[in-house]
Design a protein around this ligand. Structure first.
Ligand code: BTN
Length: 280
């Protein structure tokens, strides 16, 4: 065990590097939870305001996108959720994933780590995934809205970032595709500093989005994209479609070109993006 393994994440240690107004100003910290996203959902409706952070040293049932599991049974990563009550429309919710990815990218860069963003929700270093984002929404139909409009009750932004994990901490079948900051940089990191830097960047980009300005998050995702220009496989309902990633649209969708030359805009929802072997 190293000295950094003993650092426990809570508000007292986080606030040293936090310069936000409201994101992360209330922190619920745990030694063990099933899943920070699940816990966040259970309290979100009863909380006033937004920006509360749930953080745990270990998750017993960490959840990933598309019903996958997320390995988080140790205290070497950052396993956290942010509760949001944004003023954006439901059509813009997928932009929150891009805002989060950009905030993680910028937070890591502030610590000298250059990562790449794999649209829509992965952070990559040296072709390996070190971080995933899981955004979950609770919404309801607005009664008497002729247009059938819905309003967002809350969003939960879950972030799983492998920080000081060793190679042995990953199951063998994940070792080719998953990694940690420590494995990729040969350095240990203070999780509290990285967490604070992510939240500092998140608040700025999130406030911009609420003011209809998605430009900085979008530029960050475009300029540091792991997928743009690459041959990819889109997997939807177990069907594999070959395409080339061309760009990210102004609304945060992935613009792809199919083999027949047709262009399409992909919304993150249920699609899994794999980089074709040709590129590797
Ligand atoms: C993915 O890449 O599939 C998303 C992974 C998200 C994992 C984080 S860890 C904290 C939060 N709580 C969860 O159960 N999942 C997210």
């Amino acid at each position: 065990m190293t000295s950094l393994d003993k650092e426990v994440l809570n508000y007292d240690i986080l606030k040293i590097n936090l310069n936000t107004k409201y994101i992360g100003r209330t922190v619920f910290s745990f030694n063990e939870l099933d899943s920070t996203n699940t816990y966040a959902k259970s309290i979100a409706s009863n909380l006033d305001g937004e920006g509360q952070v749930i953080i745990t040293e270990k998750q017993l049932n960490g959840r990933g996108r598309l019903g996958r599991q997320w390995q988080s049974q140790n205290n070497k990563g950052i396993w956290m959720s942010i509760i949001l009550k944004p003023t954006i429309s439901i059509a813009d919710v997928s932009k929150i994933t891009q805002v989060t990815a950009a905030a993680i990218y910028l937070g890591l860069l502030s610590q000298g780590v250059k990562a790449e963003i794999k649209w829509p929700n992965d952070i990559i270093i040296n072709n390996k995934k070190i971080c995933g984002i899981l955004v979950e929404m609770n919404s309801e139909k607005i009664i008497n809205s002729g247009a059938g409009d819905s309003k967002i009750n809350y969003l939960i932004v879950g972030i799983g970032l492998n920080v000081n994990n060793e190679i042995d901490d990953f199951p063998e079948e994940l070792r080719d595709i998953a990694s940690s900051l420590k494995i990729e940089t040969n350095k240990e990191f203070k999780r509290s500093v990285i967490l604070a830097e992510i939240l500092n960047n998140f608040e700025k980009l999130y406030m911009d989005l609420n003011n209809n300005d998605f430009s900085k998050a979008l530029d960050t995702c475009r300029n540091n994209s792991y997928v743009i220009g690459k041959e990819i496989n889109l997997i939807k309902n177990q069907e594999l479609i070959e395409a080339k990633a061309i760009d990210i649209s102004n609304d945060g969708e992935l613009i792809v070109m199919y083999k027949n030359g047709k262009l399409d805009n992909i919304i993150s929802g249920e699609v899994s993006v794999r980089i074709s072997k040709i590129n590797q």
